[in-house]
Each structure stands twice: as C-alpha cells, then as structure tokens.
Write a protein that binds this ligand. Sequence first.
Ligand SMILES: [Zn+2]
Length: 419
Amino acid sequence: MQCLECSAELETLDGKHLQHCCGLTLQEYAIRHHMPLDLLLSSDQINSVESINDYASVLANPSSRAQTLLSALLLAESLQQQGEFSLIENGVRRLEQLLWYLQSLRQYGFQFRQEYSYDDDSHRVIAKNRLKTPSGYLQGMTPTVLDHALFSAVLLAEVGEFHAGYVFLRLPKNALAEEYIEGLRNNFQIRCKALDAVLGPNKGPKNGPVGAREQVEKQLYRTESLQDAHRLLQLVEPELGQIPCANERFYADVPVAMISKELVFDSAHFISDHPGKCENLHGGRYNLHVKIEGRIDPLDGFVIDYGYLKSVVKHRVIDQLDHQTLNYVNCDLAWRSSTELLNVFIWEQLIDYLPGLLEVQTYETTQSYCVYRGPKLEEMQKMEENNPLKYFANQSLGKSYLRGLLDDNPAEKLKLVSD
Ligand SMILES: [Zn+2]
C-alpha cells in the first residue's frame, strides 16, 4: 500500500506512520483522500479492548487549572463511563480541542486514543477520538468552580452555542449548575435567563449512544441581553481564544446563511366584525415556514440544527395551535385571527429561543400567504408593554373617561363628557 501523503510503500498504513509522516489521524487521512476507513484498517484494530495497565499513574496533586478544566467537563456532562474507563469523546472536527484539554488532563492519567468499532446500525466501521483514563484515577474528585474564565470557556466550548449575538448554554439541572449561573450574575453582572427545560440547541448526541445525553434533564440558559453575552465573551476570551476549534465557533469570520423549516397545523377560526364568509367558523391547514439567518458553525456546518428548530417550533407554536380554534389561543387572535396577526403571535413565541429569526411565512391557502419580519429580540425587550398589537391585553384598556358612557344612568359623567 502506498501512503498518499509521503509516497512510501508500506505493508500496512497505520496511525504511527501517519503521525510521523504528516501528523494526521487515520480518520483524517481517510477523509482527506476520500476513501472508506474500513479499507485502511486491519481486523485487529477494530473493536480492540484496552487494559488499564497501559495507563500511567496519576499525579498526587493535579494543578488547579487541571481541576477547573475537569470540573467544567463534568458539569458539561462530557465525561462518560465505559467499563473501567472514563472518557471524553469528540468528533473528527474537534480533535485539536481534545488535545488542548489533554495538556492539562494528563495529570489525571488521560491519554488520547482513536478507536475503531463496527457499528451495527450503519454497517460501517466508525472512528472515535477519545481521551481516556482509568475511572479509579478520578475518584474523590469534587467539581468546583475555581477559575470562572477557564471554567466558562470550557463550558462554552462543550455545550455553548452562539446565535445572533446571544450565548446559549445547556446544563444539567443540579446544584453546581445553579451555583455557576449565580456566580456569573453576582461576580460579573452576567445575567442568564432560564428557558424551557425540554428544549436546547441539540446538535445530536455528541457523546455516547444515541439519546444517552438526552436522558438527563437539562436546563437551557440564554444570556439575558446582548450586553450580557458581550460580558460573558469578554470574560472567557483569554481562555476560549486559546482553545482550538472552539474559538472558531465564537470568533471566526464565517459565511452566513438562511435556513427554513416548514411545518403544518390544522386550525379552525372565525374573524370578528368582518362582513364576509370568514365571519363563520371554518377550518383549514396552515403551512408555516420559519426562517433563521446565522453564521454557519465551522465545526458542524450548521446555522442551527433542523431538529432543534423543529422542536422549538413544535413546542412553542404547533402544540398551541394544532387542532385548536385560533380565536381561543390568544386575545389578539380572539379578535382577528388573520394570518398577519397569527404571524405576529408566532414571532413572539419563537424569538426568545431563536434570536436569529428572520422571517415567518404562513400560508392560509396555497394562494394566500403572509410574510412577517418582526422586531429583533433586543428591540422586543425594550418594547415590553408598548406593543401596539396588544390592544386587548393592555391594562389601560377600559380606563378612558369615555367608559363612563357605558353606564346606563350616567347623569354626572355624561354631563362631563358633553361639556
Ligand atoms: Zn506517509
């Protein structure tokens, strides 16, 4: 077999050769030369089992840097158990990030492995980049936040997302996470808003078998405002700027794209004060297109995962509207459940979760549709009660002096009005 990097004739092309000739892993070599990984591997490299004897023993007192890094990885739930080992796994595009962690984590006995296994579902051999250490070396380790900048940088690198200037973090529901969020607020004036727990920018199970990461209940946090996100990015910059791969996601100049998800719902409605057929209760199938604009994440090639987008629209919009009478969903819609007001309502349901929201397009029939581009999240936060569309919800409704005329016998009040 000839190595396509250095042209050497070899009996078998293995990781050791590549390390010396070009620095690539076997998986990277297979991708660069677009060939199936299976062809490069010998059968003894697939599903091989390791002994913990191959691991050097651990330092008695790991540095506070190593402790902080490991603590953040624990809070991010990036560590998983496999037999006698604890391991941190990351995709092919995040190899350098993993190696950056390894500089500190060697103090806990971690070593890098690229492991190959036969996958029963896809019938392919797949490669995994892992940092592994015998689980015994981590016993007695209590996660603590020793250094907010490093701790936050690692959290952002592992479970952070950056959308339209806001940072999203998806953390487990536990005391350490709450303490961390409190610490950001009290020490750095960085406020985070807890969003619906069932939702999160989920780009698929990063670690472990499919669905494994979803079993733990998670809390999704978003920086409250653009200023909070800015302060958080400033706090982490000295560290996050140094973490390979992760720094690209937050700081690199990358192309911007617009993605769209189409969902349908069936609803009934009628229009009040409208002389026409729409005054009568009638039903139909609505076709909703939700469009998001954002940076293409260089590590996964997505603006936002379609699965997450669908899950947000389903939980926030479809579940409220599908097989319902639109007039009973919301007071603005009770008056006029037009596609125009429906779009305003849908925008307000989504913007907290999707600050990159660009456009909502709703088809009432194949020939009739409405396109709405609402205010950005930052503008929405400033508007609060002054939204002109909230006529029926506005607390000042009913307070005008003219309401005196609603009284059947308003002798005194009538006098005032006619004066
Ligand atoms: Zn070579």
